[in-house]
Design a protein around this ligand. Structure first.
Ligand SMILES: C[S@@+](CC[C@H](N)C(=O)[O-])C[C@H]1O[C@@H](n2cnc3c(N)ncnc32)[C@H](O)[C@@H]1O
Length: 372
């Protein structure tokens, strides 16, 4: 799978689009407001720049992209009021892979003006917004040119499916029955995914270190896993339910077995310990804040306890959240004809699963500052 070509969220603003179904990710962005405020406010007070460059890496399309930009503008506006300074001119870069629906973002940019204007008591911050296509696993900016990087729920997408995962052992595909790390994945599959994430994340840190100005900062979030439960974390459960749905289609002759055997997601959700170890090993950033919080795959389920009020409705909500992320990858590998059937089976499987437990998973949020 060529990840850069195949990975993208469902385009547009229709019923199954990412724009219409990214409430889960919006919750993460909103939960990170204090971290964002501390980081962006800190950079501004430290440097009092006249020009400030901010980039959102893996911005996708839809309301979340606008939330990030308007939050940063609001923070700067508040800071300028507090220290009685003229606001800096702000340049925002919205980055994602080339297949991202940048047009959707550009067409909704006027909403940022409305959000910002609606903020009472703020001063107007001149800002310029540009789309920046390209992989964040490569250089995106000149050296020491960016003040702040934001990236929310994007870094779990690794740059490639680890090469050897496609191997066979005794005539059987190495990761038979799974589309990512799953209950029956052998230790080698776990090791290959971990090593790929470690390579990618280390490389990402080095690239951003080069691009950040001295004292520049980053706020990153991504889904995580419990260190002690590597085969069966919250996210693994979701992928296992997708695999089960695909398998039922293989049994009915609707999907070729060979197609399923060769489908593995370029996805790795690390434990907090792994992320911390990579940052410390690299030695390029100080960890300012590191938080882990629990998320529910159904973004409309606000109950903290384990009670599921309506498992069918909740299964449908989880399905929308997953479909808008996976559909392009599924359609590219299996063909678009299977998509409706697959996600209808997935919704049934999630609803059944919810009778046993909620699909909760840990989420990691980290604020990093470039070392001197
Ligand atoms: C789940 S979406 C999150 C989008 C947005 N940040 C949010 O919180 O709603 C993940 C995004 O990361 C992008 N992405 C994944 N790998 C990437 C890479 N190597 N470079 C740039 N963007 C990438 C995907 O295309 C996708 O749009």
């Amino acid at each position: 799978m060529d990840v850069e070509k195949v990975l993208c969220m469902v385009r547009g603003s229709g019923e199954t689009s990412y724009a219409a179904n990214s409430k889960l990710q919006e919750k993460v962005i909103l939960a990170m407001w204090p971290m964002l405020e501390e980081a962006v406010g800190g950079i501004y007070r430290n440097l009092l720049p006249q020009k400030m460059v901010v980039a959102d890496l893996g911005c996708s399309s839809g309301p979340n992209t606008l939330v990030v930009v308007s939050e940063v503008i609001q923070i700067i506006s508040n800071q300028c009021l507090r220290v009685r300074q003229q606001p800096p001119e702000m340049q925002f870069f919205l980055n994602d892979l080339c297949n991202n629906d940048f047009n959707n973002i550009f067409q909704s940019l006027d909403q940022i003006e409305q959000i910002v204007r609606a903020e009472k008591g703020t001063i107007s911050v001149p800002h310029f917004i540009a789309g920046l296509p390209g992989s964040f696993y490569g250089r995106l900016f000149p050296r020491q040119s960016v003040h702040f990087f934001h990236s929310s729920f994007s870094l779990m997408w690794i740059s490639q499916v680890p090469k050897d995962i496609g191997d066979t052992r005794n005539g059987m595909p190495l990761n038979k029955g799974n589309i990512n790390i799953g209950k029956t994945s052998p230790p080698l599959v776990v090791k290959l995914y971990q090593e790929q994430f470690h390579r990618d994340f280390s490389h990402f840190l080095k690239l951003r270190f080069d691009e950040l100005v001295p004292c520049g900062q980053m706020v990153l979030s991504l889904p995580g896993r419990n260190r002690k439960d590597i085969l069966n974390g919250g996210v693994s459960t979701t992928w296992a339910l997708v695999a089960e749905s695909l398998d039922s289609m293989v049994l009915e002759g609707l999907v070729e077995e060979e197609k399923l055997d060769t489908f593995n997601l370029p996805y790795y959700a690390p434990s907090a310990e792994e992320v911390e170890a990579i940052v410390n090993l690299q030695g390029l950033f100080d960890i300012i804040t590191f938080q882990t919080f629990q998320l529910n795959l159904d973004p409309f389920d606000e109950l903290d306890d384990d009670v599921v009020l309506d498992n069918v409705q909740s299964g449908a909500n989880c399905t929308k959240a997953i479909r808008c992320v996976l559909e392009p990858m599924i359609a590219s590998h299996f063909g678009s004809a299977i998509v409706d059937d697959l996600f209808s089976r997935f919704a049934t499987n999630v609803a059944k699963h919810l009778l046993k437990e909620k699909t909760k998973f840990p989420s990691l949020a980290i604020s990093l500052k470039k070392k001197k």
